[in-house]
Ligand binder design. Structure first.
Ligand code: G6P
Length: 611
């Protein structure tokens, strides 16, 4: 949510920042801007995508060796040139970009208005910036000191990055609750919301922690806490290649990421699963096995697609480990007064590792003594660092805003965790254990097989592109897949879609069924197959248009459905990793047929760092 890039060093800052903003556009794309500092401080900003900013700057003076850039996902104030970042302070001396929300901005704004300040934008950012400037004026102190004082009053989450016209050799940044990475080059420094704008220039990075302030010069990095004490920067090596964040010949990141799934699931299993020997190696689980096997209850906390992965995991953990599981929306959990016991294990699932609601929910559970196991994709992210233990999903950078490969990788990791605990607890018999390991081993290949249906799904999808609604139904392990399929469709194509347990549709959604409504059944062969066939009949009896995701050898459903998409057969517990693939493609091709920007759907953001 909002992308931040900054640079100081011998290179031209503007082209570098622009490229970085394009890489970060998945975080927000309703406006963007840059501030460039030489002898003077120039601020350029524009409503719309980064390309529109670029176009508006053709012919402008963009020469500078220090600069900050921002791509916005609106919180305070509509998307407009005026509300775009960077913001300038009242004197015009300071420029600032911000990711996050200043919760007490109204109070600070009132104080400033009483002092005679006026505001050009509706943003909380401009308030904070002028608050900093005001402190500097009143205390006659440097910018660094003023930022420190200001942040002690600020309630909320932020990454802020500031330029000061009087100090063109310095960039100041601070973080609480939103991500910030510093890239360390030779005689230059980079700053960004994630490593993707940095990777091309250096692999040495420092992840800034909450309540830390970074003072960057071309050849110097100083980290301090808000108490003005120096902190030794912990330099890490990035394990990320440039190719991983480029489209690699695909028209969209989303399609690339859907097609990467055979490899990403394989990468997730690699080095962990030895199906022949019946061994799963996961240090995060092994080192904490007593806590996990003795868990009285598991609470899964997540948002969005990760929450759907949590729902599948609920079925898997209860089935294999016989541990009661609750799956919670992080945003609800954090504001409730949840009952957490000592023996509870929290599993936090997050692709980005930066989702604000999930972070706060974890902190809350941690305070009450719960053990936190993170299932996270982005290495070194906030949730990964907050967790007591964890397992990375190794899906590589996911850039398409709608999550695809992260979901299947999450399922692979969660399945392995469950299998390991079940083995340890002896709640699974050896034959089933070995069977599931062997089946899991085949999933990457079966995912490759499932992707072969892409062309036929493309044709089929075009027939549904003009519909206004869709209902997705599934049972058992495929119920969360129905939710995920519906989510993908609404995210990408803006068609209203609802997911429901197939049997529950009798209690409401069936009222919607007529000859215009597509009803998408996730009906691969499993122990609920006969039941879902009956549900299909119920829809047909009301003239609904049945589309089904089925197993390759299913001979029954093709006779009943208007359209169907097939996936290879597997154990029902592993089926979601395959049955979701046609639904991802279905949503993608409908989005394309409707001319939607599938990588950057309207109003959405990849990494939701506001609550
Ligand atoms: C946003 C993204 C979704 C994602 C959700 C949770 O809404 O657009 O794709 O599922 O956040 O994000 P996380 O990074 O915590 O998995």
């Amino acid at each position: 949510m909002c992308g931040i890039v900054a640079y100081i060093g011998p290179r031209e800052a503007y082209p570098l920042i622009l490229k970085g903003l394009k890489r970060l556009e998945y975080r927000g794309y309703d406006s963007s801007g840059v501030a460039l500092l030489n002898d003077d401080l120039r601020v350029y900003k524009k409503k719309g995508k980064v390309a529109e900013l670029e176009e508006s700057l053709v012919g402008q003076d963009v020469h500078a060796h220090a600069g900050i850039g921002h791509t916005r996902w609106a919180t305070h104030g509509e998307p407009s040139d005026r509300n775009a970042h960077p913001h300038s302070s009242a004197s015009g001396r300071l420029a600032m970009i911000h990711n996050g929300i200043i919760e007490n901005y109204a109070q600070l704004k009132n104080e400033l208005i009483k002092k005679g300040y006026s505001f050009q934008s509706d943003t909380d950012t401009e308030v904070l910036l002028n608050f900093v400037e005001d402190i500097q004026k009143n205390n006659n102190c440097g910018l660094e000191e003023a930022v420190r004082i200001a942040l002690r009053r600020v309630v909320g989450a932020y990454v802020i990055v500031l330029l000061d016209k009087d100090h063109p050799d310095t960039i100041i940044a601070a973080r609480k609750g939103s991500p910030l990475v510093i890239g360390i080059g030779k005689g230059e420094h980079f700053l960004a919301s994630d490593a993707s704008p940095i990777i091309e220039y250096t692999k040495e990075v420092v992840y800034v922690n909450d309540y830390e302030l970074a003072i960057l010069k071309a050849d110097e990095l100083i980290l301090k806490n808000l108490g003005n004490e120096k902190i030794t920067p912990f330099i890490q090596k990035l394990d990320l290649e440039l190719a991983a964040i480029e489209k690699g010949g695909f028209e969209h990141f989303m399609l690339k990421e859907i097609f990467e799934q055979p490899e990403t699931i394989f990468d997730c299993l690699r080095g962990r699963l030895d199906a022949e020997k019946g061994i799963i190696t996961m240090a995060g689980v092994e080192n904490n096995i007593e806590k996990l096997r003795n868990a009285d209850r598991m609470i899964i906390i997540a948002c969005g697609t990760s929450w759907h992965a949590g729902l599948v995991a609920e079925y898997i953990f209860e089935e294999l480990c016989r541990i009661p599981v609750e799956v919670e929306y992080a945003s609800e959990f954090r504001y409730r007064n949840p009952v957490i016991h000592n023996g509870d294990v929290i599993i936090a699932i997050s692709q980005s590792g930066e989702t604000a609601d999930t972070i706060v929910a974890i902190e809350k559970a941690k305070e009450q003594g719960a053990f936190i196991m993170g299932v996270v994709n982005v290495v070194g992210s906030s949730i990964a660092r907050l967790s007591h233990a964890g397992a990375y999903t190794h899906a590589g950078p996911e850039i398409g805003v709608a999550s695809t490969k992260a979901f299947t990788a999450q399922l692979a990791v969660l399945t392995m965790i469950a299998l390991k605990i079940a083995k340890e607890k002896d709640t699974i018999d050896q034959t089933r254990y070995m069977h599931l390991l062997a089946e899991l081993h085949t999933i990457p290949e079966k995912a490759r097989e499932a992707l072969k249906a892409a062309d036929s799904i493309k044709k089929l999808a075009s027939r549904y592109a003009n519909d206004a609604n869709a209902l997705y139904l599934g049972r058992g392990y495929n119920f969360p897949v129905a939710l995920e399929g519906a989510l993908k469709l609404k995210e990408i194509s803006y068609i209203h879609a609802e997911g429901y347990p197939a049997a529950e549709m009798k209690h409401g959604p069936i009222a919607l069924v007529d000859e215009t409504l597509p009803v998408i059944f996730v009906a691969t062969r499993d122990s609920y197959h006969d039941k879902i066939v009956s549900n299909i009949q119920e829809i047909r009896a009301r003239k609904g248009r049945v589309v089904a995701v089925i197993s390759q050898d299913d001979e029954v459903i093709p006779k009943m459905a208007e359209d169907y998409m097939t996936v290879p057969e597997t154990d029902e517990l592993l089926a979601p990793m395959l049955s979701v693939i046609p639904l991802q493609l279905f949503a993608y091709y409908i989005g394309i047929a409707k001319g939607c920007d599938v990588d950057k759907p309207r109003n959405l953001a990849k990494s939701v760092t506001v609550e």
